[in-house]
Design a protein around this ligand. Sequence first.
Ligand code: SAH
Ligand code: SF4
Ligand code: F3S
Length: 452
Amino acid sequence: MLKLHIISFGCQMNAADSEEMTRPLLERGYQMTSDIAEADAVFVNTCTVRQHAEDRAVSQIGRLRRWKSRSPGRLLIVAGCAAERLKESLQKRFPFVDLVSGAKSIDEYPAALEQVLKKKFNFEKETGDYFPSAPPAGLKSQPFSGAPQSHVTIMRGCNYSCSYCIVPAVRGREQYRSPAGILQEIREKVSRGTREIMLLGQTVNSYRYPREAASFGRDALLTWRRTGEPKTARDFVDFPDLLRLIEPTEGLERIRFMSPHPHYVSDSMITAMAECRKVCEHIHLPVQSGSDRLLRLMQRNYSRLEFLSRVAKLRSAIPDIAITTDIIVGFPQETEEDFQDTLRLVEEADFDAAYCFKFSPRDGTAASPMQGQTAEAVKKERLKRLLELVESRALSKKARFIGREVEVLMEDVRFGKTRNFFPVKFERAQTPGRLARGVIGAFENAALVVKG
Ligand code: SAH
Ligand code: SF4
Ligand code: F3S
């Protein structure tokens, strides 16, 4: 039997893409394996958000040279954001790769894959009984079965141009999926055992879809360019509308989303989050910096005060909401004072967790050639100070759950997450894929523990 191994770098969008892009292989009889040595096909989804991420992906491809040379029938597919950025040079450097498919060409990918497969295999012979009678159905067919949590991509691309960020260059402009298509995918996934969905998009809450097209249930991706006739907000199904559309889905227990952009955290979004019982009490809201000067240089489109006021509104509308964030240190021209502003913001916003990154210059972005690049040693030292603060606060925030009863969606017999996205361990076995309740007895090794 043919075996498939997936290596997905980068964000959850990439993880969701990996699932979609390997589906045609699964439909043709490949079975998943976690053991790369026995794999007949390896799918590598690459990331280029920071140099380090790209380097990891590229050296992974390099290491696959030997795996590939062991058997001529082996298939190696490289996709995603670094593939988009490096394309030809990647193919030149690693001629043994069968298919390089950049993040922007996801629409052309099924046909390209088909070509490669045709050249490589006589599938009827290779996979015997597993060859499906129907032709491969492209990317939007059978979802994976049984997973208690599933990703649902509601938009692709990004219309922002944050000065440090390569994502718009490798993923292109925003494209939105129709509400009907999204609802259908959710219902299918729920019917196969999914209890929690994570709606995905680079700025997931900038989602909009023309009401006119939505009411016809047109199931297609639609590129909405910010040109032409200005439309009023009510002509569109927006993100809060979408939450309210998803909420009644029978059998669905939890709704999450990633990553919202602070600019689009409107009052109506906060109200929808508060009123929809299934929307979890957690938001990952990347702030990047606590300095207004830097936020302007970064072109983030909000001020420190605006960010903090949205955090305050979220906290007052949604009791006990967990707020997590992303922060960049060592952006060009960041002074000690700017950095102190960030430290102070971490305290004021009272984050439950933060992913912290050293600024990594990406070719072609506005920040890469900026004057006043921060020295590596300074970046390192600031990152260390920031992490110390973030971690000490995260510990005390988690400790507040000791003695409280929580609802946990079990991912495994003993492991799951609360609605606030905190990991919980159960000493006694539970049913995977189901909601469990328990009183937190301790906090050990970064996890809350339900004893007995
Ligand atoms: N679309 C999301 C973020 C996607 S990238 C948003 O706008 O919120 C994930 C995180 O990587 C960002 O939030 C940022 O903190 C970090 N990041 C992006 N580009 C970076 C760079 N050039 N150097 C360091 N960190 C970067
Ligand atoms: Fe990058 Fe900014 Fe778009 Fe996020 S909003 S993907 S940080 S350009
Ligand atoms: Fe990386 Fe692309 Fe996601 S650059 S962070 S995989 S959008």
